[in-house]
Design a protein around this ligand. Sequence first.
Ligand SMILES: Nc1nc2c(c(=O)[nH]1)N[C@H]1C(S)=C(S)[C@@H](COP(=O)(O)O)O[C@H]1N2
Ligand SMILES: [Mo]
Length: 424
Amino acid sequence: MSGPIRQGHWHKSRRSILRIGAAMAGGAVLGPAAGAAEMENSPPGEPDWTKAIGAGVVDRPYGRPAEFEKDVIRRNVPWLTATPESSVSFTPLQSLDGIITPNGLFFERYHAGRADVDPHQHRLLIHGLVERPLVLTMDDIMRFPSVSRIHFIECPANGGMEWREAQLNSLQFTHGMLSCAEWTGVKLSTLLDEVGLKKEAKWVMVEGADAARMNRSLPLEKCLDDCLVVYGQNGEALRPEQGYPLRLLVPGWEGNVSVKWLRRIKIGDEPWFSREETSKYTELMPDGKARGFTWVNEAKSVITSPCPEKPVAAPGLYEVRGLAWSGHGKVKAVDVSFDGGVNWHSAQLQEPILSKALTRFTIPWRWDGQPALLESRVVDETGYVQPTIAELRKVRGKNPIYHNNSIQTWQIKPDGKVFDVQLG
Ligand SMILES: Nc1nc2c(c(=O)[nH]1)N[C@H]1C(S)=C(S)[C@@H](COP(=O)(O)O)O[C@H]1N2
Ligand SMILES: [Mo]
C-alpha cells in the first residue's frame, strides 16, 4: 500500500467520524445503510464502517487478527506423518511481512504432542558435573539477569520433502518449518555459572517435560556461547506450542536442539547415547555412512513474494521480496535471478540485519508477461554461498531428509501462476 492512498483513507474516516458525531448529537438513529453495495464502500462512496460507532475498548481483551485474515493460519500436510501428535505445522510465510513471526503462527513440531504445563509446578533441575545442583522455580529463573534477542528456529527437515524432486507447490510447505521471534530469558551461561561447572564438564544434556521427554546432547562450548533459557516470545510468555513456560533456544542450530518445556539440564563429560538420553539426528549418506552432529543450519534464502500462493497478477512493476538467514551469523548479501541463475542482481537488505535471525531482502522487478525463473541466493558473513539442489545432491545424494538449504526456484508462467520447480 502506498503512502498517498493511506493518507486518503485517514482523511476520509476523520471527516466521517466528525459527521457521525454531529448526527448523534442531533439524536439521529444510525442504522445499516440501505442496500449498501460493495461499490458504495469505495470512493466516492462513504464506507459502511464510517456510519456506525465501532466496538469499544476491551471488546476483545486479547486481540486477534481481522476476520478477513482468516486464511493466514498454520497448516499441516496430512500425509506427511502418521499422527498429529508426532507431526509438524507450517508457518504461512507467504502472508507475513517483516522478520517476526506472530506467536499464533509460529510453526509447531511435536514428538509426542503439546505439553500443557502448569508454571507453578514446573521446575528446572540442573545437575551432573556441577558444584551446586539446583532446582529452580519459574520465579527463581525470572530473577536472573535477562536478555532479549531475535533469532529464527528452523527444523532441519524444512525442505526435506524436496530432496528427490519438487513435490509441494507451496511456499508454506517447502519453507514453513521456519519462524523467528524475539526471545527473552536467561543466558544458559548465567545458570551454569550459578551451579559451578566441574572441570571435567564437556557436554550438556537438555530434557523436555513432554511425553517424548525430548532430550539432546550439546557441546558445552555452544551452551556457554549463546544459548538462552527463554520464557518470553515476542513480548509475552512463550506459547504452549513453543514450550511454555520455559524452553532452550540454541541460536542458529537445527530446531530439535531447542528443547521445549525444559525441565532438566545435566552436565557430563561425553554425549549421551543411551535410549533415554539420546543425542542427535543422523542421516544416511550415499556411501552408506551416517552423517551426524550436523547442528548448524547453513545459510538459506527464499523468495516469499511472488510464490505459489501469491501469483503475479499482470505484467508490470513488482517488488520481489524474501527472507534470508544463516546459522553461522549475519547475512552478508542476497542475489536474485529472474532467469534461473544465469544472471544475478544484488537485492537490497533491510535493517535490522541480525545474527542468526531472519533478514528481509527486496528487489524491484518488471515482469514482461514472459515465463521467468525466480531464485534467491544468500551469502553469509563467513563467505558461504547458498548451493543449488544439484550441488547438494552431488555431495549428499537423494536420500537425506535434513538440511536442504538449496536455492529455491519459482517458475512464473505467462498467466502469472507460480510453480515450485527444480533445475538441472
Ligand atoms: N520437548 C520437546 N522439545 C522440542 C520438540 C519436542 O517434540 N519436544 N521438537 C523439537 C523440534 S524437532 C523442533 S524443529 C523445534 C520446533 O520448535 P517450535 O515447535 O517452537 O516451532 O522444537 C524442538 N523442541
Ligand atoms: Mo525438528
